[in-house]
Design a protein around this ligand. Structure first.
Ligand SMILES: NC(=O)c1ccc[n+]([C@@H]2O[C@H](COP(=O)([O-])OP(=O)(O)OC[C@H]3O[C@@H](n4cnc5c(N)ncnc54)[C@H](OP(=O)(O)O)[C@@H]3O)[C@@H](O)[C@H]2O)c1
Length: 240
């Protein structure tokens, strides 16, 4: 029997790469996102089921997830969806704060809570995609970093609650990865190969974690590029 996974943030970046890896590992996937126009070959695979919804529409999300798991088994929940807004703490808008806290922290907690019963039945796994920002000071990104630190804290406590049921909980903490996450920032990942991560690097970490010997649990997994470089985005006026 194929294993079944629910993956948020499946429509792009790290989540999409994780879905590709999971399909290669013969998972049946319910991938959640709002806009799958960039999802490429994922949509051609019959084991991938696109679930188009806004995670912040909580009643709709919870109904959809209940429908997905009704009468089905569930082996894996990947909480990958996330948003990032940057700026000094007194400049960031309340709407952006709320979107980050809800998407990056509240929704992973709600989905874990909703799906734990199913995951216990299969001794399944929760993978939470946090960030290296969870473990460091983040000037100009304090609110984003706080949501990721919150997710890390939740994952640690959750593991202590559910380990006796055979459920595994892993937090992955990626450093800067070349995706669209920085669309709202004035900086971006380096173009240099050894100074940035690719979404596929995080997907490989997922495979490593899931294929580890079942008697052990990798509770935290940090992935960094060899070199540390951040590039300031060029504005239109820089280019003229
Ligand atoms: N890129 C990095 O450097 C980096 C580093 C550390 C951690 N991370 C984390 O990795 C995760 C994935 O980000 P990414 O880098 O792959 O960026 P991305 O390409 O922008 O992907 C973000 C994903 O989240 C989904 N999403 C956001 N808000 C949503 C909502 N309200 N409803 C439904 N889906 C929503 C997006 O779906 P739609 O576009 O379809 O709405 C998209 O699939 C995030 O949690 C991020 O914080 C990224």
């Amino acid at each position: 029997m194929n294993k079944t996974a629910i993956v948020t943030g499946a429509s792009s970046g790290i989540g999409r790469a994780i879905c590709e890896e999971l399909l290669d590992m013969d998972y049946e996937i319910y991938g959640i996102g709002r806009d799958f126009s960039d999802a490429g070959s994922l949509l051609d695979n019959s084991a991938f089921h696109k679930v188009e919804l806004d995670l912040l529409d909580t009643p709709n999300l919870e109904n959809a997830v209940r429908e997905i798991v009704k009468g089905e088994t569930l082996d894996l929940l990947v909480n990958c969806a996330g948003v990032a807004y940057y700026g000094l703490a007194d400049e960031i808008s309340s709407g952006h704060i709320s979107e980050m806290v809800r998407t990056n922290l509240e929704i992973p907690i709600r989905l874990s809570s909703l799906l734990l019963k199913k995951l216990k039945e299969r001794q399944g796994t929760i993978l939470n995609i946090a960030s290296v920002t969870a473990n460091q000071s983040n000037p100009h990104g304090a609110a984003y970093g706080a949501t990721k630190a919150g997710l890390l804290s939740f994952s640690r406590s959750l593991f202590d609650e559910v380990r006796k049921h055979g459920v595994k909980v892993t937090t992955i903490l990626p450093d800067m990865t070349d995706t669209n996450l920085y669309r709202n920032a004035d900086f971006e990942t380096s173009k240099e190969e050894n100074a940035r991560l690719l979404p596929e690097d995080i997907a490989e970490a997922v495979r490593y974690i899931l294929e580890s010997d079942p008697h052990l649990v990798i509770t935290e997994f940090t992935v960094r590029p060899q070199f540390h470089r951040i590039e300031k985005k060029r504005s239109v006026s820089d280019m003229i």
